[in-house]
Design a protein around this ligand. Sequence first.
Ligand SMILES: [Mg+2]
Length: 348
Amino acid sequence: MAGTVRTSPSGSPRALREAYDTALLDLDGVVYVAGDAVPHAVGALEEARIAGMRLAYVTNNASRTPETVAAHLCDLGIPADAGDVITSAQAVARLIAERHPPGSRVLAVGGEGLREALRAQGMSVVESADDEPAVVAQGYGGPHLEWGRLGEAALAVGRGAEWFASNTDLTLPGDRGILPGNGAAVEVVRLATRWMRDAPEPRIAGKPQPPMHRETVLRTGARRPLVVGDRLDTDIEGAHVGGVDSLLVLTGLTDAAQLLAAPPEHRPAYVARDLRGLAQPHPEPAGDAGSGFGCAGWKAGAASGELVLDGEGEVLDGLRALCAAAWTAAGPGRCTLEADKALARLGL
Ligand SMILES: [Mg+2]
């Protein structure tokens, strides 16, 4: 929860899909990678839905409309409609509508998902800085975004338009490697407006900022939500900011070593290999820094500058014990204990 320092994963004696009413699922690295379904994701989501859990899909990617994302999910075998998808384009459009009246001119730099979300909030989408926009909205435009669009954004911000961004992820995963994300395009506009006396700062909607979490809760009506993600600095930090529990899955960008080194705002309540973790109870590590932390058959502690792990059993229970040892040693900071040998015991 926000405001407290988490020093251990939480326990849940019940399967997470029964303990929480709604899963707020990140997409890339959780449900699919480079367009293809993550192993076990389709079956795990189907079982969670049958068990009564509401499934909502929450993406920082503003380029695609909810209809397009839902169609993609259906193609993968995951039933979804547009109402089940929440994008950072919707969150930034609401943020703009709260500060500018209907009909305000917005220079949109991004894909159709951004334009549609702005129109849905009654904004008038324009294409040029010469149209005298009151607002510049930047969202991921995909590989075909023209350089000239960033020029229009820089001109309009330079003339005093209020600046918004759907999200500031600097990179995003592609099927051939890491690619520049919307945050990189935002930095281009920032560099081109450095001449201004008061350097402008964009208002940001996407994860981990509060507008995205608010948009998600407003649209789903979730009462006991569980955020499910693969990134510590967006999904898990967003849950921390919103004061809700989170599940980290290891199918995307975060590995076990990064999890152990996470500062408090990046520490999830739960960790699982993949979405099958929704169907499982999660044992809670118990112990203290002096005697070590046990979880199922494992015991973890710290000695001579490194994390140590003894025992046997399920790999994830060993990782839970290590999280408790690492996070307790780190307190409000980052754990700097060597973890390679302990993780090698788990094959992680
Ligand atoms: Mg992701």
